[in-house]
Design a protein around this ligand. Structure first.
Ligand code: SF4
Length: 368
């Protein structure tokens, strides 16, 4: 009975965390033949295809645990498909989607399980702790070198070491932050290219062909959205916008006016719809379908009208202005952005403050 229970726990564990050393050991022990798997376990192939296509198109990886074995086996097949396609854009989408999927599960785990995953699979030097500092509960401490290995990839001041509780070489983290670090480790691991097999069954080849054509279509769209407005320089974002991004990353609820401002600003400077959706995916009540509809509406894809962010005067009435010395003579957040973007690229351009910023349009009803 006890063995049966441990087997059930183990099957669910590897289904949830197929990237772990435990899951890989399980796979090695079973010595599953690829041809057998394709012929005898078609559900695995269906799930693997879904895993790749959903990551590419929606930025999410499905988490269906009704058949843990098929769920688990779909991961190495999906990863194989990604490697055969060999496209960095797809690999990135896949890594991010799988990391998000894992983080969803991490949030439900106890500290011991998370510690085991962190230490055994990623070699992270960490330990569970129970510490309450100024009302904040810290459940982990992690060596600063490991912290930096993953947190340095997060472009938010929130993750900077100077903003952390550090003691004797260890950074103290609340559980939510630790799961984010762990998700970062998953993403980093999946971004490492692997040698694809030279020969695969025709059923897998078919999926590869389908994914290749979808990747090409998707990339074209993505690149078009990305290049509009040139390179995005986040260091040139005005204080009001940086504060909204920080609030979002800290899972703080944003009022409608703030979400509209942030979305219309990011679209104006060249963020793609997908990138904005990915940013909003950090909030607890995130619903991709609704968010996509709203972002596309503001982008003008659905409405035909592309909205621009409010001017500084309106931002003040919303309570969203965080005036800074650098905002002197600035009348629009986009004007600020253009000015400091130019400064950053060392172009001696005098800011033309008249009529440069986008015209203001009312916030569309029901958006974000
Ligand atoms: S002055 Fe304008 S750009 Fe500066 S923080 Fe306020 S709203 Fe943003």
């Amino acid at each position: 009975m006890r063995e049966e229970r441990s087997e059930i726990i183990s099957r669910y564990f590897i289904a949830k965390y197929p990237f772990t050393v435990e899951a890989q050991a399980w796979l090695r022990e079973r010595k599953i033949d690829l041809d057998f798997l394709v012929k005898e376990m078609p559900a695995v192939l269906v799930r693997a295809r879904d895993r790749v296509i959903k990551a590419l198109e929606e930025g999410v990886a499905p988490s269906i645990l009704d058949d843990p074995e098929a769920e688990f086996l779909s991961f190495p097949i999906a990863r194989m498909i990604v490697e055969i396609v060999g496209d960095p854009f797809l690999r990135h989408r896949f890594a991010v989607a799988e990391a998000k999927r894992a983080q969803g599960f991490f949030k439900e785990e106890d500290v011991e399980t998370l510690t085991v995953i962190a230490t055994r699979t990623f070699g992270i030097d960490c330990q569970p702790v129970k510490k309450d500092i100024s009302g904040r509960v810290y459940s982990f401490k992690i060596h600063f070198a490991d912290y930096l290995r993953y947190a340095s990839g997060f472009h938010d001041p929130y993750w900077k070491l100077v903003n952390r509780v550090l003691s004797k070489g260890y950074v103290f983290l609340a559980k939510d932050d630790f799961t984010r670090i762990l998700a970062g480790a998953v993403e980093k691991r999946l971004l490492e290219p692997r040698e694809p097999p030279l020969k695969v069954p025709s059923e897998i080849k078919q999926i590869v062909d389908e994914v290749v054509s979808k990747v090409m279509a998707r990339r074209e769209r993505y690149v078009l959205e990305e290049v509009e407005g040139g390179e995005v320089v986040e260091e040139a974002f005005p204080p009001c916008i940086s504060a909204l991004i920080l609030a979002l990353r800290k899972n703080q609820p944003l009022p409608h006016s703030a979400r509209f401002t942030l979305t219309s600003f990011l679209l104006s400077v060249g963020y793609s719809v997908d990138r904005i959706i990915s940013l909003f995916s950090e909030i607890p009540d995130f619903k991709e379908e609704i968010t996509r509809y709203q972002v596309e509406h503001i982008a003008g894809i659905r409405s035909g009208t592309r909205y621009t962010p409010p001017k500084c005067e309106t931002m003040k009435t919303y309570g969203l202005c965080l005036f800074h010395e650098k905002c002197r003579n600035i009348r629009h957040p986009l004007e600020y952005y253009r000015k400091y973007k130019r400064h950053r690229s060392k172009e001696a351009v005098k800011l033309d403050s008249g009529g440069q910023a986008g015209e203001e349009r009312n916030i569309p009803q029901g958006s974000l």
